[in-house]
Design a protein around this ligand. Structure first.
Ligand code: NAD
Length: 372
């Protein structure tokens, strides 16, 4: 993810109307233990880098650094993010923004001492043009009474039992949440930004592959949850209409490569989007009479204007660039360009941790867990 970020900065000229331009001045990774070509990739492509260090404290001590993007395994989030805040750096963290709820709370407490800092968590899928359009519809209350929402993020490469283990399949590095910690923030971003309040959750979690090759000729235990389905009762704001909201985060969803989807069904309008077909927005607007789904081909209807012609397709790296535009725009102007053109806030990470922690409890007790 560090290189995705750096590459987005290199393409900043793609965004003609931005109030600020970020510059990559310092990088940190375990360069002493990584192949040399990783460090070279950064320094050869970014002459603006003045500092490359294996010690994150050195980077945080660099007065040239104003803001930090920190994409490290989950067990390091609390230590690294708190240190960044204590060093007075604006922060874009990664999900799940703390390996568990206590870690998330510790990060938010550190932030309370530095209200002058902008802190956000990465989540790029709401920046797809179709999701921006859906966000505008939510704001206009165009769906009427919300009847049902389904959202999820599905992967499938773990179906291969011979895929070697990595830190994302190990509880000590990825966390007890398993697939939910890895994929859940992406799924929660739109519902929490919409202001939908969860009343309760019933979760069903699956552990499917119990061990994997360790990459050294042996096998290692695989103790993380592979798949999670969360059935929630949600309401449109306190006291608003109640509706079922289903969230799926799965690493073993046959055929799904990197499928983020959102479906909203309402009395006046319904909408469906999936990254499986990234330009397609499906809409059903109901004013009486025949009901029919429209298929709209989206182009570059982005939150932040790009130089790309309006008819051309949008993809993952475009979403990353738009997300960074959202972060930088907010940092430069002190406000979001619009509701759904902003990165996940610390408060939204806390809501996500509340949900994922309740989901673990729900599965453990085979019961619905309430948030009241
Ligand atoms: N937004 C997204 O779409 C997205 C996608 C993938 C991962 N992520 C998140 O990004 C974060 C990192 O995931 P990734 O896939 O990039 O993992 P990765 O394993 O590819 O990268 C993690 C990096 O952290 C470095 N690192 C580990 N310990 C370190 C230390 N002590 N000091 C300095 N560097 C250290 C590693 O060397 C590695 O380069 C996670 O929080 C993950 O959930 C987000």
């Amino acid at each position: 993810m560090g290189r995705e970020f750096a590459s987005a900065l290199a393409r900043w000229c793609h965004l003609p109307d931005m109030p600020a331009r970020p510059e990559l001045v310092a990088i940190c990774d375990r360069f002493d233990s990584l192949p040399a070509d990783l460090g070279r990739w950064y320094t050869e492509n970014f002459p603006s880098i003045h500092q490359a260090t294996s010690d994150y404290k050195e980077l945080l001590g660099n007065p040239e650094v104003e803001a930090v993007y920190c994409a490290v395994p989950h067990h390091l989030h609390q230590e690294f993010y708190c240190a960044a805040l204590e060093a007075g750096k604006h922060l874009m963290g990664e999900k799940p923004f703390g390996i568990d709820q206590p870690a998330n709370r510790a990060i938010l407490e550190a932030l309370q001492k530095h209200p002058e800092l902008q802190v956000r968590c990465s989540s790029e899928f709401p920046f797809f043009p179709a999701v921006q359009r859906i966000g505008d519809m939510i704001e206009r209350e165009a769906f009427g009474r919300v009847l049902e929402v389904n959202c999820g993020f599905l992967h499938s490469s773990d179906l291969d039992p011979l895929k070697p283990i990595n830190w994302k399949r190990q509880v000590e590095f990825n966390g007890e949440y398993g697939c939910m910690g890895d994929l859940g923030m992406h799924v929660c971003h739109v519902p929490f930004r919409a202001g939908w309040r969860l009343r309760n959750v019933r979760a069903i979690l699956s552990k499917i592959v119990m061990e994997r090759p360790d990459g050294k000729g042996g096998v290692a235990p695989c103790r993380t949850w592979d798949n999670a389905t969360l059935f929630c009762e949600a309401e449109c704001g306190a006291g608003g209409a109640v509706f079922p909201l289903t969230m799926k985060t799965q690493r073993m969803a046959p055929g799904a490569k990197n499928t983020w989807y959102l479906e909203i069904y309402g009395t006046k309008a319904s909408a469906r989007f999936s990254t499986r077909n990234p330009r397609r927005l499906e809409l059903l607007e109901y004013r009486g009479g025949e009901q029919s789904w429209q298929q709209v081909d989206m182009g570059q209807e982005t939150a932040f204007k790009t130089i790309t012609g309006s008819i051309f397709e949008f993809g993952f790296s475009d979403a990353i660039l738009q997300m960074w535009a959202g972060f930088v725009y907010e940092l430069a102007t002190g406000q979001r360009r619009k509701t759904f053109a902003g990165c996940v806030t610390p408060e939204e990470t806390a809501l996500t941790h509340g949900l994922l922690t309740a989901a673990l409890e729900s599965h453990r007790r085979s019961q619905t867990v309430s948030f009241e």
